[in-house]
Design a protein around this ligand. Structure first.
Ligand SMILES: *Cc1c(COP(=O)(O)O)cnc(C)c1O
Length: 335
């Protein structure tokens, strides 16, 4: 036997956690679906991983449930607290309700109303604080210290990362054939860390490409600096990924498992929402369209043809009222 590297050991550790993750009590395995029109337009085979079809309309239920289900009875009785841009909040609220745990959730004041309602309708307490996620996070950490509630990070937690990694487990099982790259939207890096750990352990030839909003590109900044950096400001149009610093646990994996990071503009996100609609008749939120916007840029920049590319469509929680703006901007996007 050849000695294993620390990197390989770390990946194996996560693969075991992913295989053991108890997500299917609440989450559903989602379809991996061919996107016919986009495939033809781009000259590549494009597949959508439909995480917008989860019960809370985003993949976050996977990590949230996997974290909460593993809390001790003592931790459960003290309740949980989290900060979230909205989708993790709904995941925690749903998981807490299913497990009978009290949940308090801090969200930025800019959170779309339907995400706030999604939390309250599931019996959790929703507090609105701060302009964006970093401020909500600080407030929630303070409250956790004061109340003794268990803090549940939206991305910087091995159990959350393992829950999100089950997306990759499904992709590889659903598509055993040729697969050139998986495009993963990045906020705090929990999803891409879980996906990258699983894929690089089992099929290292598959490229893992992160896609960030150019207004919150904290993974790209960290990879360039060789360490986690905090962005001075973040834009909140893609509110699901408006994070100023990549998570520490996620960065441990991303630093050697992510092949490339692409950034996209808000207008490109709007164009991608339209592309997704054209192929699925479904609407995603801006963050949910990051991967598709990334694929379009990737194909344009690299000239890739005949490849099989997967986009993780990560969420669909967008206020109906903002669709007019999205449609208008989509018309501006160079598509
Ligand atoms: C949270 C989220 C992301 C990013 O996931 P991270 O684990 O924070 O990187 C992407 N899209 C949507 C819709 C999200 O809710």
């Amino acid at each position: 036997m050849t000695p294993t590297s620390p990197e390989q050991t770390l990946l194996e550790h996560y693969v075991k956690k992913i295989l053991a993750a108890a997500v299917y009590d609440l989450a559903v395995p989602t379809p991996l679906q061919a996107a016919a029109a986009l495939s033809q337009a781009l000259g590549n085979r494009i597949l959508f991983k439909r995480e917008d079809l989860q019960p809370t309309f985003s993949f976050k239920i996977r990590g949230a449930y996997n974290k909460l289900v593993q809390l001790t009875p003592e931790q459960r009785s003290r309740g949980v607290i989290t900060a979230s841009a909205g989708n993790h909040a709904q995941g925690v609220a749903m998981a807490a309700q299913a497990l009978g745990i009290s949940a308090c959730i801090v969200m930025p004041r800019t959170t779309p109303q339907l995400k706030v309602l999604g939390v309250r309708s599931r019996g959790a307490e929703a507090l609105l604080h701060g302009e964006s996620f970093p401020f909500a996070l600080e407030f929630a950490l303070d409250l956790a210290r004061q109340t003794g509630r268990e803090f549940v990070s939206p991305f910087d937690d091995p159990q959350v990362i393992a829950g999100q990694g089950t997306v990759a487990m499904e992709i590889l099982r659903q598509h055993p054939g040729q697969l050139d790259a998986i495009f993963v939207p990045v906020g705090g890096g929990g999803l891409i860390a879980g996906v990258a750990a699983y894929v690089k352990y089992l099929r290292p030839e598959v490229r893992i490409i992160g896609v960030e909003s150019e207004h919150s590109a904290c993974l790209q900044a960290a990879l360039a600096a060789g360490e986690r950096v905090t962005l001075a400001s973040v834009g909140t149009f893609a509110d699901g990924v408006a994070v100023a610093q990549i998570g520490a646990h996620g960065f441990d994996i991303c630093r050697f498992c992510v092949d490339e990071v692409i950034t996209v503009s808000n207008d490109q996100l709007c164009g991608a929402i339209r592309d997704i609609y054209d192929d699925t008749r479904s609407i995603t939120e801006p963050s949910g369209a990051l991967a598709v916007a990334g694929i379009k840029r990737y194909v344009t920049d690299s000239g890739a043809q005949g490849q099989t590319l997967v986009a993780i469509n990560s969420g669909a929680n967008i206020n109906f009222d903002s669709l007019g703006h999205v449609a208008e901007r989509a018309a501006m996007a160079a598509s």
